[in-house]
Design a protein. Sequence first.
Length: 388
Amino acid sequence: MSENTARNITTMGRLAPYQLVARAARPQGTRVHVGAVEFGGSEFVVIAGPCAVESEGQIREAAYAVAGAGAHLLRGGAFKPRTSPYSFQGLGEEGLRLLAIAGREVDLPIVTEVLSTEDLPLVSRYADMLQVGARNMQNFALLKALGATNKPVLLKRGLAASIEELLLAAEYIAYTGNPHVVLCERGIRTFETATRNTLDLNAVAALKELTHLPVLVDPSHGTGRRNLVAPLAKSSAAIGADGLIIEVHPVPEQALSDGEQSLNPSEFAALMHELACYVPLAARTLAGTPTKDAPTNTAGISRSYRQRIDRLDNALIQLLNERIRVALHIGKDKLATGLPLCDSQREEEVLQHRAAMASELLPTEGLTRVFRAVMDETLLAERKFYER
Ligand code: PEP
Ligand code: MN
């Protein structure tokens, strides 16, 4: 028995039946690359788009909306696994073609589901990442065929599959030669009927311990209800998921599938702003809107440092927006109770608290200058909002 094998222990203390995907086989974690996007690194990855590609206009509109809000990959099903044979089954190859065009237009890689072994060559020609749906998690012929490709795979947990079964499904793909696997918790069947599925956040924390593969969460299928998508997305970020896959439709009420769990573009944009506060809780960063136009090619200056600065600035701007939004709520309460918008005593307290976090890089005077500017800007926004 190799040393690695000896250390591949499950949370129950048993020797794990999977070896290649066990955390002990790669304690530092695996990074899976899809175009310029990296899963499993320090950046939190958001995949977004409609459940199904329905028309050229629909996928194009969805693509612009999710790219503009800062998503990193575009999703859209062309071959749909529907419970009823009478439901919309997807546009097939035409859907793949429209998805690929939309992805290229907004410069996002695309992920789409492959339903069967026979479809694999066709879907592989278009997709940057292949999705294995929940209903296919134990389609062993498909898993083996994916193992023989070099395409990154998004493997969704089966509706009634245990964590161990999910990991064994991933082991099939790795064992047959493809190590580029990203796992996805998408809710499981329980006795509960208030939600479509029960999103198992236990699984996320457990998987991070048991495997070195990146772990995503799908709060759309996990809850089945639009209003629950944002809270569960934020919880997933905080618990340490490597990213999310979210259904977004230009007009969810008109969607041909999963409209009741799809966000509209402005709900998705709001969620991306809110996520900026949750992603850092698990020591990850949220890359912002694409920074294609940023000057990243100055001789002698590292392109990746420039890109990191651009992304950090994006995150900062998102946080500042969020801070102002919260301040507007406080402003409303102040006005309701007859208090003035500006409270100098509270401002001094804030400055003192922030100054306590001074560092060598950002000393008290600098920190005070920055926060004075932030509070001035907030007050301006409040005045504009409430005193017009
Ligand atoms: C989907 O992502 O649209 C989908 C069908 O998901 P799942 O396989 O998790 O049900
Ligand atoms: Mn769906």
